[in-house]
Design a protein around this ligand. Structure first.
Ligand SMILES: [Zn+2]
Length: 307
């Protein structure tokens, strides 16, 4: 906050909220936004960051990213934290592009959007309660924080599709493995011992093979830094991405490589390359391998959705 902002807050404390709101947003008093809630669709008049910090009620908006902003400064401006914005937008925000939109709100935790019919308070509370948290207390907190009628605790409260529900202190860990292809049909060769079709002998397969047409885009299973991009013997064109915890993913037999060593790549979003049949391969497929920080190959399929 700049000096003027500090002064405005100080004057506001002396004169009350009405004077403050007029001072901060000329023309539109901050209290105007008090009628907004997380259930109100964002816009057309977006509440300014000040409103988010000053109005105790939960409000949301779509924030257009301006030059020089990053996820840290946006979280601070709206009175929330980075993890809340990451969870709510289902995006680690390793990259944030100017002009792009992110959903902002003034809670700490997940602003959950009901995407299916028939989701209940009970179901949501159970799903997001987490170990060590009292389920009953969590439900009471959801009802209070979301202004639901107290009867919601007694009758099976159902949410409508599109409802937004604030789940206090719930954070989604996005740094987990995910499938490196947006669509896929089957696994042609699993992790483990197999008869090698070219070497004609039993050999350990340290990854899994996913057949897909040549040119199918390959995305990082997990965010990280590219540590290898190029030709790697039997693997053909290969990309290796190292993650924060020292583990690594290998993507082999690519027809095209779209990254270079040193690039930062975000899970499911950065294009690594395209499926091919380069190196020791009998047909177009992706060889996908996960190597732990200790250097051990593990079954990738057992890691999806986990760390
Ligand atoms: Zn393979």
């Amino acid at each position: 906050m700049n000096a003027t902002g500090k002064l405005v807050i100080a004057i506001g404390a002396l004169l009350g909220a009405a004077a403050l709101s007029a001072a901060v947003v000329p023309g539109v008093p901050v209290l105007y936004y008090a009628r907004f809630s997380v259930l109100t669709p964002p816009g057309p008049v977006e509440p300014p960051p000040e409103a988010f910090r000053l109005i105790p009620r939960l409000i949301q908006a779509r924030h257009k990213v301006a030059k020089g902003e990053d996820i840290r400064s946006i979280a601070a401006a709206y009175g929330t934290d980075i993890r809340s914005l990451q969870s709510t937008n289902s995006n680690e925000f390793i990259f944030i592009s100017r002009g792009g939109y992110i959903r902002v709100y003034n809670g700490k935790g997940l602003l959950y959007e009901v995407t299916a019919k028939g989701e209940t308070l009970d179901g949501l509370a159970r799903r997001y309660c987490g170990k060590g948290r009292d389920l009953k207390g969590f439900k009471v907190q959801i009802v209070e924080d979301n202004d639901l009628p107290p009867s919601a605790l007694l009758v099976g409260h159902k949410f409508a599709k599109g409802d937004r529900v604030y789940l206090p202190s719930v954070y989604i860990d996005l740094d987990t493995y995910r499938m490196p292809l947006r669509t896929f049909g089957r696994i042609s060769s699993r992790f483990g011992m197999r008869y090698h079709p070219i070497l004609k002998r039993k050999i350990f397969h340290n990854g899994c093979d996913i057949p897909m047409p040549i040119g199918t885009p390959v995305y990082p299973s997990r965010s990280g830094t590219v540590v290898f991009a190029g030709w790697k013997g039997g693997y053909g064109n290969t990309v290796e991405v190292k993650h924060k915890d020292g583990s690594m993913c290998r993507y082999g037999h690519l027809s095209a490589v779209n990254v270079k060593v040193g690039d930062t790549v975000q899970k499911s979003r950065s294009l690594l390359g395209k499926v091919g049949s380069t190196g020791m391969s009998t047909g177009p497929h992706l060889h996908f391998e996960i190597i732990t920080a200790a250097g051990k190959s593990v079954n990738p399929m057992a890691k999806i959705g986990k760390k």
